[in-house]
Ligand binder design. Structure first.
Ligand code: URA
Length: 255
């Protein structure tokens, strides 16, 4: 039997709840909410979770120079190197060029010429030095008994024409350097002619063709002669004297 005190206490509690606006029973048994405080919190359903704004996902940066080194190192022949360049997708210049300009002349010749970059004519034909400066180059070579048909191998630092013949960016030169180095290794020339400033920059990390020309240097592990570029000689014909002296020096070295 419940005591009268208990009855009045419960009645008072009920009156208080009614006073507070309680008008409906939620369950048959009472819930002590003070005891619930330490209970583990109910999990919020995933669907109700506030979506966290996604962090912008950056595409992983490709180390183009490392990719170039790997591609070049994997080429075991000149043909494979040409194919590796054709499949190299990290150089912007490729997208604007009509053709890959790889090389011309006699592979494994004693002399290898490294020019700068294809111009419009070279881009159209897919061969280095076929425009006006190429014609002058052929005359210069003929003057010391050389020719691309018989005794010279020719390539460029860049195998794709820069748009509007613009100056190549340092990163483009850096990206192509491993290919040029491998090209030299595979072509095995006895000596190299570095035609113009960009070619010197790629091979010697030096600019200033006026000071560099006429002085033998070492490039890609071989003796190298920096020379004025034929395109420069077309603009400054009075400099042909210096070019002639360099050609004679090359002829003497070949014996
Ligand atoms: N100038 C170069 O350096 N290379 C070419 O192939 C043509 C012009």
């Amino acid at each position: 039997m419940e005591s009268a005190a208990s009855y009045y206490a419960q009645r008072a509690a009920l009156d208080w709840q009614i006073e507070m606006g309680v008008d409906e029973a939620l369950s048959e048994t009472p819930i002590d909410r003070f005891e619930l405080v330490d209970m583990p919190k109910a999990k919020v359903p995933a669907a109700a979770a506030k979506p966290v704004p996604a962090e912008p996902v950056e595409a992983p940066r490709v180390d183009a120079v490392a990719a170039a080194k790997a591609a070049a190192a994997g080429a075991g022949s000149l043909e494979a190197l040409e194919a590796a360049l054709a499949g190299f997708e990290h150089c912007e210049l490729k997208r604007g060029a009509r053709n890959l300009v790889f090389a011309d002349g006699v592979p494994k010749a004693r002399v290898m010429i490294i020019g700068e970059a294809p111009g419009r004519d070279e881009d159209r034909e897919g061969k280095p030095f076929v425009g006006r400066s190429g014609q002058l180059l052929d005359k210069m070579l003929a003057a010391i008994g050389l020719s691309r048909e018989e005794s010279v191998y020719i390539t460029n630092v860049l195998p794709w024409r820069p748009p509007q013949n613009r100056e190549p960016k340092p990163e483009e030169i850096a990206m192509m350097r491993p290919f040029v180095a491998r090209h030299v290794e595979l072509a095995e020339p006895e000596l190299i002619i570095l035609m113009g400033n960009m070619s010197c920059e790629a091979a010697l990390s030096k600019r200033g063709i006026t000071r560099l020309r006429g002085n033998w240097a070492e490039a890609y592990g071989r003796p190298a002669m920096p020379m004025f570029h034929p395109a420069y000689l077309l603009r400054q014909p009075q400099m042909k004297r210096e070019a002639w002296a360099d050609l004679l020096d090359i002829k003497a070295r070949l014996g």
